[in-house]
Write a protein that binds this ligand. Structure first.
Ligand code: M6R
Length: 613
């Protein structure tokens, strides 16, 4: 989704803003632009396509200036082209804005502005916003831009993170947020602004996360935060705990591959300090204060989107098994609009890698207003969902740059397994013996994933064989059903192959009609209580001449004889198996995407962090 970068200080702004935009490329975008003030002249350059196209366009032009703002746009209002790219100028040509989010009442505002003679050069809501601000600014004698901004933002409906520069004020960037993230890095005589910390970390580790309804007035030596009521707010400075290497490829061909291979380490980090194998215990201090309320709950609601929703589905199976508490898993985007029943004290678990997904944020906001307790399972430290949550557990997977979620998913699963086991043993709904066994299996996951990764060359060969498939079914039962959904989502995202995930037994209720010699069915057929039944489903596909690829446990005797190809994974308990079984599916999607020549880190139309509805 849109990315925002800003710089003000003593250095040249252009290279810093441009590099920042490159760091934000992973978020997904279709055009890019930059505004710089060179002494008293405001220059704006923008281009459809990649940041590289913008860089080429700027070559030989005036890119001087110590103040600059830059943007990568993911189209919402108006198609992706040069005209709709940000920054947008006000009618006077003196104000430039970049914006992440959507102004919902832009049509009405635009109508009023047109009737006053304003002219628009793009189809965007952002150009409406900057002219609305300019209109207030110029029509209120003596008003400052800061005041005009405050008045405008009180009348705006929607979500935004905006940066504004004014040609006549070359020593200040105005910034504001509501529902879209904004981080400000504090340097010595300079400030860095961005949608997330990745463009900032090579310059400073001290950052301020701006809150909703706050305006930042950013000068080289000063950062002033105010609320929309014009009251000063104290900036809360936090230290970034992120290494530069974490946002670089470090020799891997793609971030996605790097992140798949990082999983032994990220899961180890996630378990560290929480799972103690000396006395076989689990400590989750993040949610300890709420444990009794969770155990007393009549039900738990899990809210998430996409891959995080799949982690929620796995959690439903695990929590119901270990804690015997009913769990409902909802798409946040549906939940927020369907007048759900949420009561005081209800437990909501929000799962999100980015912590900035707009649908999830609004859904938990609503639930919180009804008195629900929000527990966050979030990767991005300091993100909006982490901050809205009453309590939670970070996944500690590190920055995930590839648009397709991989290591964040297994991090979510690891956290959810830890929580379910801890609650289950305290609730006495699982025996101490089963608890110990599952802890042992969980601790063994990093090494078992390492073993799967050793098979990457074999998985690559299988991927090459099936890369030209048009349609793929992913089938699994029990804990492996959500993994089938996740396998299908990964393949769709990365290879643009049509793929569907189904519970294996559902196949005969419809999808089997698709089976012919061209259809590939990927079975997750590891050792669990449904194994025999899954084998029968596999035979049903083979009987209809369909192609079968099976993910099987070590030592598997039967499916290897039925399937056309197999990928072997180490054996574990069915409750832990999703953590292992998803890994070959991630690799399969990755290698098919690469084989087809696609940009696997930035698949078309997708955004890493979906900050609009
Ligand atoms: O940041 P979140 O976990 O809240 O994001 C939710 C989805 O947008 C995300 O999982 C999406 O489905 C990914 N592209 C999956 O690879």
């Amino acid at each position: 989704m849109c990315g925002i970068v800003g710089y003000i200080g003593y250095r040249d702004a252009y290279p810093i803003v441009l590099k920042g935009l490159k760091r934000l490329e992973y978020r997904g975008y279709d055009s890019a632009g930059i505004a710089l003030i060179d002494d008293t002249k405001l220059n704006v350059y923008k281009k459809q396509g990649k940041v590289a196209a913008l860089e080429e366009f700027c070559y030989g032009k005036d890119v001087k200036g110590h103040i600059g703002i830059g943007h990568t746009r993911w189209a919402t209002h108006g198609e992706p082209n040069d005209r709709n790219a940000h920054p947008h100028l006000s009618n006077s040509g003196k104000l430039a804005i970049i914006h992440n989010g959507i102004i919902e009442n832009y049509a009405k505002l635009k109508q009023d502005l047109v009737s006053k003679g304003y002219v628009f050069h793009s189809d965007t809501d952002t150009e409406v916003l900057i002219n609305f601000i300019e209109d207030i600014y110029t029509n209120n004698a003596g008003s400052t831009l800061e005041e005009a901004l405050r008045i405008a933002l009180k009348r705006v409906v929607g979500a935004y993170c905006i940066l504004i520069v004014h040609e006549d004020e070359p020593e200040v960037i105005y910034a504001a947020r509501k529902g879209s993230p904004l981080v400000i890095g504090i340097g010595k005589g300079e400030h860095f602004l961005a949608s997330d910390a990745t463009p900032i970390i090579e310059y400073t580790r001290e950052v301020v996360y701006v809150n909703d309804y706050e305006i930042a007035i950013v000068k080289p030596d000063e950062l002033i935060l105010k609320n929309l009521g014009n009251e000063r707010q104290t900036p809360y400075i936090t230290k970034l705990d992120m290494q530069l290497g974490a946002i670089e490829k470090e020799g891997y061909a793609h971030f996605m591959l790097k992140e798949i291979f990082e999983q032994p380490a990220t899961i180890f980090d996630c378990l560290r300090g929480r799972l103690d194998m000396k006395d076989v215990s689990i400590t989750l201090s993040g949610i300890a204060a709420y444990e009794q309320q969770i155990l007393a709950a009549n039900r738990i609601i899990i809210l998430a989107c996409g891959t995080s929703w799949h982690a929620g589905l796995v959690a439903e199976y695990i929590i119901e098994e270990t804690c015997r508490i009913p769990v409902e898993v909802e798409y946040a985007s549906e939940f927020r609009y369907r007048n759900p029943i949420v009561k005081n004290g209800d437990i909501i678990i929000a799962i999100s890698q980015s912590g900035e997904t707009a649908d999830t944020i609004v859904a938990i906001d609503q639930a919180k207003k009804n008195g629900a307790i929000i527990l966050g399972v979030v990767n991005a430290v300091g993100s909006s969902i982490a901050r809205i949550s009453d309590a939670g557990v970070y996944t500690h997977s590190g920055p995930e740059i590839g648009v397709a979620s991989t290591k964040a998913f297994t991090g979510q699963l690891a956290v959810l397994v830890l929580a379910a086991l801890k609650l289950g043993v305290d609730n006495k709904t699982i025996t101490q013996e089963r608890f110990s066994y599952l802890c042992y299996e969980l601790a063994a996951v990093p090494d078992k994933i390492k073993k799967i990764l050793e098979d990457a060359p074999a998985i690559k060969k299988i991927a090459e064989k099936y890369a030209n498939c048009q349609d793929v079914l992913f089938l699994g039962r029990g804990y492996n059903f959500p993994i089938a959904l996740e396998g299908a989502l990964k393949l769709k995202e990365i290879s643009y192959i049509h793929a569907e995930g189904y519970p294996a037994a559902e196949m005969k209720h419809g999808p089997i009609a698709l089976v012919d010699e061209k259809l590939l069915s990927v079975f997750i057929a590891t050792k669990d209580p449904y194994y025999e039944k899954v084998i029968s489903n596999m035979q049903e596909i083979k009987a209809r001449k369909g192609m079968v690829l099976a993910i099987v446990s070590e030592g598997d005797k039967y499916s290897s004889n039925i399937a056309d190809d197999v990928i072997i994974v180490p054996e574990t308990d069915e409750l832990i198996a999703p953590l292992l079984n998803v890994v070959p599916l991630q690799l399969l999607a990755y290698y098919i995407g690469v084989e087809k020549g696609y940009d696997v880190d930035k698949p078309r139309n997708l955004a890493k962090s979906v900050t609009v509805e």
